[in-house]
Design a protein around this ligand. Structure first.
Ligand SMILES: [Ca+2]
Ligand SMILES: [Ca+2]
Ligand SMILES: [Ca+2]
Ligand SMILES: [Ca+2]
Length: 343
């Protein structure tokens, strides 16, 4: 399965889960080369600001495509077009990185860039200005999963990491986390009241907006295995041996990407497209019942030795036949010899 397809499968699985359990409305952006909404029913994101963005394959995500943005460049979601009402319950999930985390850098703006209030990184901590600073979750140049939820009844606004741990909390009495009449969210771009300077270059792997409050245990599932930078070994033929050095990824990229402890050994798979072939000296099956002790040789071929030196029944038959022919031939020569002598 290609990584791009895998990513789509992960997100569609999540869609199915949400729709089947709650019929909730979602807008999911996975940045597979464009700014379209994954289900095809939501609006495209639009770009905003002076900078620019581009789609790049990020080795830190096993080559997955992300949208890299410069400073002063962000993305906008039109909530009216998405059919999602953030004055009601909602959650937003991000998987992104900022390259500069010093001071304030805005993650989400709800007031059409006219107010300083909003969701920020503040020196690596989660923050909702001016209400609350949470725990340190961001490192410059490194990806982080971050989810926020808002309960419209209690007005509780909470932030979580990929482990479902609460990392930010305040009561949004003033509706600062509810959009103004423009009904837009701007991501990764600062408001004009602080000169647009609370911004950083970075990259985003996905954004998901849901019209309900996710529970902490759901957030762990919804993070799609994205969180901690981990070594994954590629074992495409699932024989327990990887084809080389591990890739570093923040996300579990699928079944063929295994943790070291999930492998049968550290030997390098000499053919990762054939589970019968693993490494030189390992046993294999050459498909020939007449050979035994089959092992993988230095050219990654499976080679067996003749099973036994004892002739088979048909070979015995040939030997006896040859012997009889020889006896008859000698007898014939002798007959001829004596006949000649008598003449
Ligand atoms: Ca600001
Ligand atoms: Ca393998
Ligand atoms: Ca193999
Ligand atoms: Ca054999």
């Amino acid at each position: 399965m290609s990584r791009k397809l895998l990513k789509s499968v992960i997100f569609f699985s999540l869609f199915s889960f949400y729709y089947s359990s709650t019929f909730s409305q979602s807008a999911v952006y996975s940045f597979n080369g464009d700014l379209t909404e994954l289900s095809g029913t939501g609006p495209d994101l639009t770009t905003i600001g002076a900078g620019s963005g581009s789609f790049v394959a990020d080795p830190l995500l096993g080559g997955e495509t992300v949208y890299e943005f410069t400073t002063y460049h962000g993305l906008t979601l039109d909530l009216t077009a998405a059919g999602i009402d953030l004055s009601q319950d909602y959650s937003i999930q991000f998987f992104f990185r900022f390259d500069d985390i010093s001071g304030y850098t805005k993650i989400a703006d709800f007031k059409n860039l006219t107010s300083d209030e909003g969701l920020y990184n503040y020196d690596g901590s989660t923050n909702f200005w001016p209400h609350s600073t949470g725990s340190v979750e961001f490192v410059a140049g490194e990806y982080a999963y971050f989810a926020v939820t808002r309960n419209s009844t209690t007005k509780e606004f909470k932030g979580y990491n990929n482990l479902g741990t609460e990392v930010l909390s305040f009561t949004d009495t003033n509706d600062d986390a509810v959009p103004d009449g423009n009904n837009l969210i701007h991501f990764f771009i600062d408001d004009t009241t602080t000169g647009g300077d609370e911004t950083s270059a970075g990259a985003v792997y996905y954004i998901k907006v849901n019209d309900r409050v996710l529970e902490p245990n759901e957030i762990v599932t919804a993070s799609s295995g994205c969180g901690t930078l981990t070594e994954y070994y590629v074992d495409a033929d699932d024989d327990g041996y990887a084809n080389g050095s591990p890739v570093m990824s923040y996300c579990d990229l699928g079944a063929e990407y295994k943790l070291l402890g999930e492998l049968s050994g550290t030997e390098v798979d000499c053919n990762d497209g054939d589970p019968n072939l693993t490494f030189e000296g390992a046993s294999c099956d050459d498909g020939d019942a007449g050979t035994s002790g089959d092992v993988v040789d230095g050219t990654c071929a499976c080679v067996g030795l003749p099973a036994s030196s004892v002739p088979t029944l048909s070979q015995w038959g040939l030997i006896i036949l040859s012997f009889l022919i020889l006896i008859f031939a000698v007898q014939g020569i002798r007959q001829s010899y004596f006949t000649l002598r008598e003449v």
